[in-house]
Write a protein that binds this ligand. Structure first.
Ligand SMILES: Nc1ncnc2c1ncn2[C@@H]1O[C@H](COP(=O)(O)OP(=O)(O)OP(=O)(O)O)[C@@H](O)[C@H]1O
Length: 495
């Protein structure tokens, strides 16, 4: 009785089993394919009997195996046909080599060869890389442009290149109106647009970051600040502060925020506006320049107290539903403080402000991000020029101490004006002369001399003022302490 010969089969058995045997009609094979460096797939099974003739012989489809492999196991095989270098096939003849001969075939995987990339795939990779490179160049270009624009903004902020009111920028802003002459014309076309009207004639002033117009919003008189396109970060910062749900800045000492908006002008330019309460008397500088002779001791003290109250309110963290985060203003000056109809100070311009999140630890080492916008140099504290590393962020305590310095200079201005026949004298004017000279280098050399403004005639607040004007920020009193000192002074009966 002749023995019925079989081959070992893995993954390719006629009975569908994983590991079994199959009837050996021809040769037995093992087949190892390396899928990667680590993964190798072993198959084994029976090949159909070899037939001479066309390469792709009609063998039993039950084996579902590629005819190319059959040829490799017979004498007429062309081994150069094997295109896949990660594939190895060995055969044995069960008639000569014995039953289940492929069990004894030994095959180890060879070093995995990275298969060549198909031309379509390489084309796809080339396209993806080209698109990526183009996007990268465009992105770089955009970033460079924005960096350049923000440098321009900073240059303006430092007092270089601030155009006067007939500048191109102003003209462009005016172009956004219908230009119908007197009367109002609608500027904003979206969200707040239907309620806002502004006249081309009603320009109030111009700062480093935008131009201010007066207008009406839902029948209330408002001031509308149009930010220069390159000063987007100031607009974003101010808008973010007023829109933060954790900050409620409704207070008599803060300029009321009405709305902010971004829209396209009819010329397609992007306009960023902040609408705020209109303050008829304008800034502290405007008010003191126009009313120097009228400011007496009583009014001076009221103005000083209201400023200190405003700064204390900003610095204070208030818990509860109507609470607020601690805010450092970081750009207090004679133009960011306004004078309300009661003749009291209210603080505006939050383009450089920083709000400390309520739960944040007051840890001094907790450095805040560096802001690109420069403060108003005259009111910036000495450390801004002498010791600060511009690449290093500040702690929140340094920021509030900087506010206290600026507040000290404003207290000095509001007391120095009393009885001063020369009218309004901004801080350090005697020392720095013409305003145009006040660049960074100038302020650096001024503060290197450790000069603080001289004692005014009306000197009741001078002690508190000097406690705000210490050269080491760590030695300055807090705004709250300044408020307490002022209230103590006011409570004393006149001598
Ligand atoms: N809410 C307002 N009501 C009335 N006038 C305002 C109001 N806000 C600003 N102004 C006027 O517009 C001027 C320009 O204000 P803006 O805030 O643009 O710049 P600034 O504070 O003067 O200077 P900078 O922004 O460069 O520090 C002010 O000096 C003030 O006269």
């Amino acid at each position: 009785m002749t023995e019925r010969l079989e081959c070992r089969c893995y993954h390719n058995c006629p009975n569908g089993k994983l590991n079994s045997t199959c009837p050996a009609l021809g040769k037995c094979y093992i087949h190892l394919e390396s899928v990667s460096h680590k993964e190798h797939e072993l198959r084994a099974g029976c090949l159909p009997p070899h037939k001479k003739g066309p390469k792709k012989s009609n063998f039993d489809v039950n084996f579902s195996f590629n005819a190319t492999f059959i040829d490799q196991c017979h004498e007429n095989v062309d081994h150069n046909d094997i295109s896949n270098q990660n594939l190895k096939l060995l055969c044995c003849d069960p008639v000569k080599d014995g039953n289940l001969c492929n069990d004894r075939l030994n095959m180890t995987p060879e070093a995995y060869v990275q298969p060549p990339i198909a031309p379509e795939l390489s084309m796809a990779i080339v396209i993806v890389i080209s698109i990526g490179a183009t996007c990268g160049i465009l992105l770089f270009g955009t970033l460079f442009h924005r960096f350049y624009e923000s440098r321009k903004c900073k240059a303006k902020a430092n007092g270089h290149g601030v155009s006067d009111f007939n500048s191109t920028e102003s003209t462009r802003l005016m172009d956004t109106t219908t230009g119908s002459g007197r009367g109002t014309s609608n500027l904003a076309r979206r969200t707040i647009a239907k309620d806002l009207s502004v006249s081309t004639q009603d320009a109030i002033g111009q700062g480093r970051f935008g131009s201010v117009f007066s207008g009406t919003f839902r029948f209330d008189k408002v001031a509308i600040k149009y930010f220069y396109p390159q000063c987007e970060d100031s607009f974003q910062n101010e808008t973010a502060i007023f829109h933060k749900p954790t900050i409620n800045l409704r207070d008599e000492h803060i300029v009321g925020f009405v709305a902010s908006d971004i829209f396209h002008s009819p010329q397609g330019e992007i306009k960023r506006i902040i609408v705020m309460d209109f303050i008829p008397a304008g800034s502290l500088r405007d008010f003191m320049s126009r009313n120097a002779a009228k400011i007496d001791e009583k009014h001076s003290l009221k103005m000083c107290e209201s400023l200190v109250k405003g700064v204390t309110f900003l610095h204070m963290e208030i818990n509860g539903q109507q609470g607020k985060e601690s805010i450092a203003h970081r750009d207090l000056s004679n133009t960011s403080v306004m004078i309300n109809p009661n003749g009291l100070c209210c603080i505006g311009d939050f383009g450089r402000a920083y709000a400390r999140p309520i739960r944040e630890n007051a840890d001094e080492s907790n450095q805040k991000p560096v802001f690109s916008r420069e403060p108003t140099l005259l009111y910036a504290p000495p450390e801004h020029f002498l010791t600060r590393d511009p690449l290093r962020g500040q702690t929140f305590e340094e920021m509030t101490a900087a506010d206290v310095w600026s507040m000290g200079l404003l207290l000095w201005e509001m007391t120095y004006i009393v009885g001063n026949v020369n009218g309004y004298i901004p801080a350090y004017s005697m020392e720095t002369g013409i305003a145009k000279n006040r660049n960074f280098q100038f302020m650096h050399s001024l503060h290197s001399q450790k000069i603080i403004p001289q004692k005014p005639q009306f000197d009741i607040l001078y002690k508190t003022t000097t406690q705000c004007l210490t050269f080491r920020w760590q030695d300055r009193i807090t705004s709250y302490k300044a408020l307490k000192s002022l209230q103590e002074i006011y409570s004393k009966p006149p001598a």
